[in-house]
Design a protein. Structure first.
Length: 320
């Protein structure tokens, strides 16, 4: 009985100790949990700290980066070469801010061309290596990274490629000289005018032109009747020039009465339309239709002394 009673006491003690420690494990626990209580409401340690300054005993929190915006970026030494020169690298704060400045979404990345993607990945690799410049994969020129611009803390005014300050110090001429105003998926510069395989919209009310516009296969240029043609170099057509187009399986001559000119090549007094517009001619040089449905540039009125284009101008009702 004494042995059984001792075992029951041991089990009771283990269970009681386990519940008091909130562990629930059946391994040896401390038998006694001592707690010392003081009759005084203020602990002895608190009495000693009452004479200290509150700012000295309060926890010192790390200041956020937003509060450190006035602190300039810095470079840290990386390694020494054989000649004793020290290679500098970007600090951790400069590295993190450079990554944030160079981040783009996938929707923007998938619209980039192959060359633009190569440049973006090369620039990102240079930031990860914590260097200030990189070599352009196409031209071989040395280009400054966004880390270099952040380290300088101002725009240099040269309209740099990775300027994080929106090129605020660059003039308008410098911006235009170093930036094409094109879509991100295009890599070729704008054309100087209408050339071979350029698509057109027929703006007269001829049956052939209306059928071509509604069929989804717009007429395209085959030849330009203009001086200056040489082998593999057809001159570009502008407003008022006569061209040869392929329309609905036929070859017809036409006059250009509207051109979608790029903003860099527009001339004063000559409006630019959203589409390239033409008026079809028959074999004798007369217009196929008897009415022009869209406005045409008033710049064409200077050609009204010419017989063929004067017939086209007679059909127009609106000039812009």
């Amino acid at each position: 009985m004494n042995i059984l009673r001792g075992k029951l006491c041991e089990v009771k003690q283990l269970v009681h100790t386990s519940l008091s420690m909130a562990s629930g494990r059946w391994y040896p626990q401390p038998e006694i949990i001592a707690r010392y209580c003081s009759t005084d409401s203020v602990p002895e340690v608190s009495k000693k700290l009452q004479n200290f300054d509150k700012n000295k005993i309060a926890p010192c929190y790390v200041t956020s980066k937003k509060d450190d915006s006035n602190i300039s970026y810095e470079l840290v030494p990386y390694k020494k070469d054989k000649n004793g020169r020290v290679t500098m690298r970007t600090s951790q704060r400069l590295f993190e801010d450079s990554l944030k400045k160079s981040e783009i979404s996938y929707e923007v990345y998938k619209k980039l061309s192959k060359e633009e993607r190569d440049i973006y990945m090369t620039h990102l690799k240079a930031i990860q290596d914590r260097v200030l410049t990189y070599k352009d994969p196409k031209t071989g020129y040395i280009v400054m990274t966004v880390s270099q611009h952040l380290y300088k803390a101002k725009c240099c005014g040269n309209a740099c490629r990775h300027c994080p300050y929106n090129q605020i110090n660059a003039t308008e001429e410098v911006r235009k000289s170093k930036k094409y105003e094109l879509s991100k998926h295009r890599t070729r510069p704008p054309n100087l005018g209408i050339h071979r395989r350029t698509r057109f919209v027929v703006v007269d009310n001829s049956d052939l032109g209306q059928q071509a516009n509604s069929s989804g296969k717009l007429p395209y240029c085959i030849h330009v009747y203009k001086q200056g043609r040489r082998k593999k170099h057809m001159p570009h057509a502008t407003i008022g020039d006569k061209i040869l187009v392929a329309v609905d399986g036929q070859m017809k001559k036409a006059f250009v009465v509207g051109a979608n000119t790029h903003v860099h090549y527009r001339k004063h007094g000559i409006p630019s339309t959203d589409t390239n517009n033409i008026v079809l001619l028959d074999d004798e040089g007369n217009p196929l239709g008897n009415r022009i449905s869209s406005p045409i540039p008033g710049h064409l009125l200077k050609y009204r002394d010419k017989v063929q284009i004067s017939k086209v101008l007679a059909l127009a009702t609106k000039f812009i």
